[in-house]
Design a protein around this ligand. Structure first.
Ligand code: AP5
Length: 222
């Protein structure tokens, strides 16, 4: 497979992180999650983490100037010959434009954008059942994808937590934020002929099959 450069777009809880991990394991993609990066910064008490924390707890986007620089720096560190997935970035038009400019100057343009789609009722069910590992970033679901031992990460044995922004009232705000600020990116990438839609409502294995099919068609240049 070619060293594809991909964006995973979609509302919160549609399974972007789950599928990014599966593709990384299967094809050796580097996956960069803006949410995981911000949670790591917040846990470390860094300046970026302190700036981001309040927005994240409220279900709002952190300001473009806080996230864009740190994500572009993270992308610049990825080896040039490797495939990568950006999970959760960009999320606004200014972020998308800054990403395009940054990648153009490095001659590493985006090859495709996968838009994960699912209805809101299922999103709320999936997010409120999510349990996360703060150490390695793995995610589980008490209903759909439970860990082998209750509340313990399969990957690194850390105790799992429920994210502060996974409460139902915050999820509703996150969905509104998505519709207002991130959904316009669908048209942005459609106009650039980069968008593929993935039905995210099936089982994790079904969504993986759809994701792999989309990535393989991009690999063939379709
Ligand atoms: P972020 O961490 O990016 O949150 P999100 O986009 O809201 O995405 P999620 O992590 O909620 O969901 P996901 O699609 O990865 O789903 P998952 O695979 O976990 O961002 C958090 C916050 O950080 C934002 O609100 C914002 O404040 C800030 N932020 C981040 N990026 C930013 C940016 N670029 N600009 C500004 N602010 C930014 O799956 C969800 C659940 O479902 C899990 O329990 C999983 O086990 C389960 N599951 C997954 N797939 C399936 C399946 N097929 N069947 C059944 N269960 C499944």
């Amino acid at each position: 497979m070619r060293a594809l450069r991909l964006i995973f777009l979609g509302a919160p809880g549609t399974g972007k992180g789950t599928q990014a991990k599966r593709l990384s394991d299967r094809f050796g993609f580097d996956a960069l999650s803006s949410g995981h990066l911000l949670r790591t910064e917040a846990a470390a008490g860094s300046e970026i983490g302190r700036k981001a924390e309040g927005y994240m707890k409220a279900g709002e986007l952190v300001p473009d100037e806080v996230i864009t620089g740190v994500m572009l720096a993270g992308i610049a560190q990825l080896p040039g010959e490797r495939a990568f997935i950006l999970d959760g970035f960009p999320r606004t038009l200014p972020q998308a434009e800054a990403l395009d400019a940054g990648l153009a100057s490095a001659d590493r343009p985006i090859d495709g954008v996968l838009d994960f789609q699912m209805d809101d009722a299922l999103i709320i069910r999936r997010i409120t059942g999510r349990r996360s590992c703060n150490r390695c970033g793995a995610t589980y679901n008490i209903e759909f994808l439970p860990p082998k031992a209750a509340d313990i990460c399969d990957e690194c044995s850390e105790r799992l937590i429920q994210r502060a922004d996974d409460r139902e009232d915050v999820v509703v705000t996150r969905l509104e934020t998505y519709r207002e600020q991130t959904a316009p990116l669908v048209a942005y990438y459609q106009e650039r002929d980069l968008l593929q839609t993935v039905d995210a409502s099936g089982s994790a294995d079904e969504v993986t099959a759809a994701t792999v099919a989309a990535v393989e068609s991009l690999d063939r240049g379709e």
